[in-house]
Design a protein around this ligand. Structure first.
Ligand SMILES: [Zn+2]
Length: 226
C-alpha cells in the first residue's frame, strides 16, 4: 500500500496495482474508491492511513499497466511543480519528474511538456482584451508607481514621485510621442522628459487612445494635477 497525491491535489492510495482516491473520512476509518469511473471497488483504511482494514467490492477491470501508473504519477507531480516553480523550463521540469520512470516515451515527454505550459497558462491572470480592461487592471494594480487615469478620455499616466520632482525642477520640459512602441489597445505612448546637463530624461509616460486634440490637451494637463 502506497499513498500519493492525485492530479487534482487530493489524497490517493495505490494497492495491488490499482489506484484509489479518498472519498470519505469517518471517525475510525477512511474510505478510498477506485479512480476508474464506474468501478465499484473500494477499501477502508484506519484513520492514520497505515493499514487496510476492509476491502470492498472487486474491480470490474484489469489493473492499470505500469505505463498508465507512471503517467498518472507524472501528471500529478507535474501539475504541482508547474505552478510552484514558474521559472523552470517545461522540458527540464518534465525530465526531473520522469527520470526514474521506465516506460515513458518521447511522445509522452512532448505531451507532458505541453501540459506544463497549459497548467501555467491557467494559473496566470487572463490578459486584458480591450482598452477598458487594461485601464481596469492598471487601476487596481498595487505598485509604487503613480497611475493617473482619465476614465472618460481613456488616458493613463504613469510616473513616480522622484520622476515628478525631477520634472518639476527641470528648466525645460520636452514632450514627445511615439506610435511605434506603444502597448496594445493604445494608439500612442506620450513621454514627458526633464532636462539635466543637456540630457533629456523620460519622467512621465502617458498611454493615449488616439491623436485627437482633446486627448493631447488633457494629457498635457495631467502631470500638473498628479
Ligand atoms: Zn477499479
Amino acid at each position: 500500500m502506497e499513498l500519493f497525491v492525485t492530479e487534482r491535489g487530493n489524497k490517493g492510495l495505490r494497492f495491488n496495482n490499482y489506484t484509489y482516491r479518498l472519498i470519505e473520512v469517518n471517525k475510525k476509518s477512511k474510505r478510498f474508491r477506485c479512480t476508474k469511473k464506474d468501478c465499484p471497488a473500494s477499501l477502508l483504511t484506519d484513520c492514520d492511513e497505515q493499514n487496510i482494514v476492509k476491502i470492498g467490492k472487486p474491480h470490474n477491470h484489469e489493473a492499470p499497466s505500469t505505463h498508465a501508473k507512471e503517467m498518472q504519477t507524472a501528471r500529478a507531480s507535474i501539475k504541482r511543480k508547474a505552478e510552484d516553480s514558474l521559472n523552470e523550463r517545461p522540458s527540464k521540469l518534465v525530465c526531473s519528474v520522469v527520470s526514474s520512470f521506465s516506460t515513458i516515451t518521447s511522445r509522452d515527454l512532448d505531451n507532458l511538456t505541453r501540459q506544463v505550459r497549459q497548467y501555467r497558462l491557467k494559473s496566470r491572470p487572463k490578459l486584458p482584451k480591450t482598452r477598458e480592461e487594461v485601464l481596469s487592471v492598471l487601476r487596481d494594480y498595487d505598485s509604487d508607481f503613480i497611475m493617473e487615469i482619465d476614465e472618460s478620455l481613456q488616458i493613463c499616466l504613469i510616473t513616480t514621485v522622484e520622476n515628478l520632482n525631477f520634472l518639476s525642477s527641470s528648466t525645460h520640459i520636452l514632450a514627445d510621442g511615439t506610435f511605434q512602441f506603444c502597448p496594445r489597445y493604445f494608439y500612442q505612448l506620450y513621454t514627458f522628459h526633464g532636462t539635466r546637463n543637456g540630457h533629456f530624461i523620460p519622467c512621465v509616460f502617458a498611454l493615449l487612445p488616439n491623436k485627437k486634440e482633446a486627448t493631447y490637451t488633457r494629457a498635457l494637463q495631467m502631470p500638473r494635477h498628479v
